[in-house]
Design a protein around this ligand. Structure first.
Ligand code: BGC
Length: 356
């Protein structure tokens, strides 16, 4: 079968290769891949900056944002024809407490493996095999948007934790700010709207762009940093209860922390480059955190329950605003054109590769 592969550590090593077809072993689901989404992590892996091939393999099959259809499944799990999305992370060999408890996304040792990223082949091949525990069913009605489930899980995990942690007090958040208008930022904003929050997405693109219009349609405000510096947001918007950082830009972290209201939560959800130094007045920052009961936490990856929550939210979004979510996928290419697909234009939100 054909697959989109890279040689981790090498620049521009993306190749379409003919690789051995999957032999689903006993107890595994065999899935025919329909679509794969591309994200910043894939771009990093393709540039040779991240990622690891499975032991004994020269290449890594790319792809962790996925959608497929079950070809065969062990009795009592899924059925042939079911639409499915697979989770990404697998437990560490040491079986640390979170991994043992099915919370691989919280792995303590850091020796977890991730499909398409870290030591396990990804989903950008015509077929893949997997343990049914990691494969989440999706209703057929979500066929057009389900490739967005994986990026949506990042937002779901962030929000689940936000509300669980804030169970520490009586808390009725009113306003959220999302920094970054990439797919994760937009999906997080949509999930926050579903929860009744007032949401503003802030990014670099000027106001009046396609993204701005798309967000406005969903009742989400868009502000450009060219017209409103991040530090000005509390003055313009009032108290900010939740800040979700999803830009991937280190320069945004200090301002993100600075705009948080009392009892507020700042969620750091993007991986930034290393080596960016800046000055921060730690005394002032600590004072603000302490005197305002503020909280900052980091979040990565997602567990099965966040995939299930993402499926539910995509269904709610589809029901409330049919066709809106699907417009986030504004570029579709056959998987054989993966190299071209990785070259992004400024207006691109989500690029999806078709395998069907
Ligand atoms: C994926 C996560 C993964 C992270 C770090 C992200 O792009 O969505 O599943 O944990 O990269 O490897």
């Amino acid at each position: 079968m054909q697959a989109v592969t890279v040689t981790p550590g090498e620049r521009d090593s993306l190749r379409i290769l003919d690789i051995p077809d999957v032999q689903g072993s006993d107890g595994q689901v065999v899935v025919r891949v329909l679509q794969g989404g591309l994200c910043g992590t894939d771009a990093e892996i393709t540039s040779g900056l991240y990622g690891e091939a499975p032991a004994g393999s020269r290449y890594l099959v790319l792809g962790h944002e996925n959608l497929g259809v079950v070809e065969s499944a062990p009795a009592g799990s899924l059925s042939a024809g079911d639409l499915v999305v697979s989770t990404v992370r697998r437990p560490c060999p040491e079986a640390c407490l979170p991994c043992q408890s099915g919370e691989n996304d919280m792995c303590l040792t850091g020796h977890y493996r991730e499909r398409g990223i870290q030591a396990l082949h990804g989903f950008m091949s015509e077929r893949y095999a997997e343990d049914p525990r990691y494969v989440v069913p999706v209703p057929a009605s979500l066929r057009g948007v389900a490739v967005l489930v994986e990026p949506m899980t990042v937002a779901q995990k962030a929000l689940e934790q936000t509300f669980r942690i804030q169970g520490r007090m009586s808390w009725a958040p009113r306003q959220a700010v999302v920094l970054g208008a990439g797919p994760v930022g937009i999906l997080a904003a949509a999930a926050m709207r579903i929860r009744g929050l007032e949401v503003t997405v802030v990014s670099r693109e000027p106001e009046g762009s396609t993204r701005d219009a798309l967000l406005r349609e969903a009742g989400i405000r868009y502000l450009s940093t060219t017209s409103a510096p991040i530090a000005d947001l509390p003055r313009r918007l009032g108290a900010i209860d939740i800040v979700l950082e999803a830009t991937g830009a280190a320069a945004v972290i200090a301002p993100a922390l600075g705009i948080l209201g009392r009892d507020g939560v700042c969620v750091l959800a993007s991986v930034t480059e290393v080596g960016r130094q800046g000055e921060i007045d730690l005394g002032a920052w600590n004072r603000q955190m302490v005197l305002g009961n503020r909280l900052v936490f980091g979040t990565v990856n997602a567990g099965r329950r966040h995939f299930e929550a993402a499926v539910r939210d995509l269904a709610v979004a589809e029901e409330r605003r049919p066709g809106w979510m699907e417009r986030l996928i504004n570029r579709r290419l056959p998987f054989t054109e993966a190299a071209r697909a990785l070259v992004r234009a400024p207006e691109d939100i989500k690029t999806v590769l078709d395998f069907g």
